[in-house]
Design a protein around this ligand. Structure first.
Ligand SMILES: Cc1cc2nc3c(=O)[nH]c(=O)nc-3n(C[C@H](O)[C@H](O)[C@H](O)COP(=O)(O)OP(=O)(O)OC[C@H]3O[C@@H](n4cnc5c(N)ncnc54)[C@H](O)[C@@H]3O)c2cc1C
Length: 461
């Protein structure tokens, strides 16, 4: 099969960042493509809303421009002049210890003086380069890995809050192999995280991992991708089944109450795991195992964007935000100082805070009713940041299934994707349940999917 001989387009199921990136690369390579997206707007969980001088991110708040792939995509869609890097004043990252906020050390000197870790923990860290590495085939939890290499205090006060902030997850459940493959690779390649990090820093020529957004929020990126694709993005079109028929694929979807069945040359699945688990894939060998994807843990997270007059908040908000270690037994995962991080997120004289509640640690808190959530915020922000009085702007976003947890044994889910792809050429899986959860991972996933489709089209069937 080649592009010329196949008049049928490629179907991309799901118009989140993964699907849009895949479709955009295919379109650029002159491969006919359609994105079928259930929602009325593109972007998936990326939702940026400008309202009365506030700019709220309901889902992701920032992305790391850590790979050439991400930087190249931003340039290629014309967003280069709209890059907005995190403010210098957002360098501090606070972590709570013994009820107080302590800035995470950012230099060796600051590490020596920090109150975040005891002297004993600091000394223990010095021994890291000499600790034996684990056998390559042993799958450890992030918790076990970090405790073995860096010590318990490091797990409790650095990695636990970090994992809470990134995955809304529990490091003792996440697999270091699948959830943090770069960390795992550092130990395997260099025998030490410290040695590996120093070597990488000296040799890597790629873009530095800067934190990025755009003046009107992250949604500018999916909007630019969708604009580049034009009518090839079909919104409000919910895919209900996929069938393999002889040389092509039939995709059935529902649009405005009407069922439509269309033929495609190939199918790219960039859907959330729980949707894929329920999607009938007919006459596709191995697809009977897809329902197992429903077992992927995806805990609820609730995000609260709250705006205050500057004088209502005692804390200087001189940082990225704060993270709360589980051991501190509070009722939130962390708070982003949104109006410090990027400009124009709050009207003059005001500040914006985004608080995350729930996750693996305490999913029940994500389901608190509005009154309970409001009370929680009042108490937690009051005691931690000296916030007084009622917010002048307040929006709650509930994510019933926020982020897939790459738990121990996650390889079995990845193997399902691989075995279906291997058994039936022409179907491809990507997105945050397979290729990593960050926006950068999803952009790389979209690129990988587009390459795989083109390789498949050019190989004999
Ligand atoms: C609250 C939250 C905060 C986050 N914070 C960050 C952050 O700060 N930085 C970061 O890098 N990452 C962050 N992430 C992770 C990152 O945003 C996601 O992993 C990533 O956006 C997922 O993109 P995706 O395209 O794979 O999936 P999705 O965005 O989930 O897109 C899937 C798409 O499929 C569509 N769909 C579903 N069912 C159907 C169907 N039947 N037919 C057609 N379409 C369908 C959906 O409407 C959706 O548009 C966060 C995630 C959440 C939830």
């Amino acid at each position: 099969m080649s592009t010329e001989t196949s008049p049928l387009p490629v179907a991309v199921l799901g118009g989140g960042i993964t699907g849009l990136t895949a479709a955009w690369h295919l379109h650029r390579a002159n491969v006919p493509v359609r994105v079928l997206e259930a929602a009325r707007v593109p972007g998936g969980v990326i939702v940026s809303t400008r309202d009365q001088g506030w700019l709220q991110e309901s889902g992701p708040n920032s992305m790391l421009e850590g790979s050439a792939e991400v930087a190249a995509l931003i340039d290629a869609v014309g967003l280069n002049p709209r890059r907005l890097y995190a403010a210098d004043s957002a360098k501090n990252r606070y972590v709570m210890r013994d009820g107080r906020l302590v800035a995470m050390p950012t230099s060796p000197l600051a590490f020596v003086g920090t109150k975040l870790f005891s002297m004993r923990a600091k000394l223990a860290l010095l021994g890291e380069p000499w600790r034996a590495k684990a056998p390559a085939d042993v799958e450890e939890s992030v918790g076990a890995f970090v405790e073995r290499r860096l010590g318990r205090e490091f797990l409790d006060y650095a990695i636990n809050p970090f994992v809470g902030g990134v995955y809304a997850g529990d490091p003792c459940k996440l697999s270091v192999t699948h959830g943090f493959p770069k960390l795992h690779a550092l130990e395997q390649t260099y025998g030490s995280l410290i040695r590996g990090a120093l070597k990488r820093r000296n040799t890597s020529g790629g873009p530095k991992g800067r934190i990025l957004s755009f003046p009107e929020g992250l949604a500018e990126l999916p909007q630019a991708l969708a604009a580049g694709l034009g009518e090839r993005v079909q919104l409000g079109q919910r895919v209900t089944s996929v069938r393999k028929v002889a040389q092509h694929w039939e995709v059935t979807s529902e649009k405005d109450g009407r069922m439509v069945t269309e033929n495609y040359a190939a199918v790219v699945c960039a859907l959330p795991a729980d949707v894929l688990a329920k999607l009938p894939l007919v006459d596709v060998p191995g697809a009977d195992r897809l329902p197992e994807l429903g077992e992927i843990e995806q805990p609820a997270v609730t995000s609260v964007f709250a705006g205050y007059r500057r004088e209502q908040v005692a804390h200087p908000l001189d940082g990225f935000g704060l993270l709360v270690p589980e051991i501190e037994k509070r009722r939130m995962l962390g708070v982003l100082f949104s109006s410090t991080l990027f400009p124009n997120r709050a009207p003059d004289g005001h500040v914006a805070l985004t608080t995350f509640v729930g996750g693996v640690r305490s999913p029940e808190l994500a389901h608190l009713d509005d009154a309970g959530l409001h009370q929680l915020l009042r108490e937690e922000l009051g005691s931690l940041l000296g916030v007084q009085g009622e917010p002048v702007y307040y929006r709650v976003t509930r994510w019933p299934r926020a982020i897939p947890q790459y738990t121990l044994g996650y390889g079995r889910f990845k193997a399902i994707f691989s075995s279906v792809e291997a058994a039936t050429p022409g179907i491809y899986f990507g997105g945050n349940a397979r290729d990593g959860i960050s926006l950068a991972n999803c952009i790389e996933s979209g690129r990988r999917l587009a390459r795989a489709v083109r390789t498949g089209m050019n190989s004999p069937t």
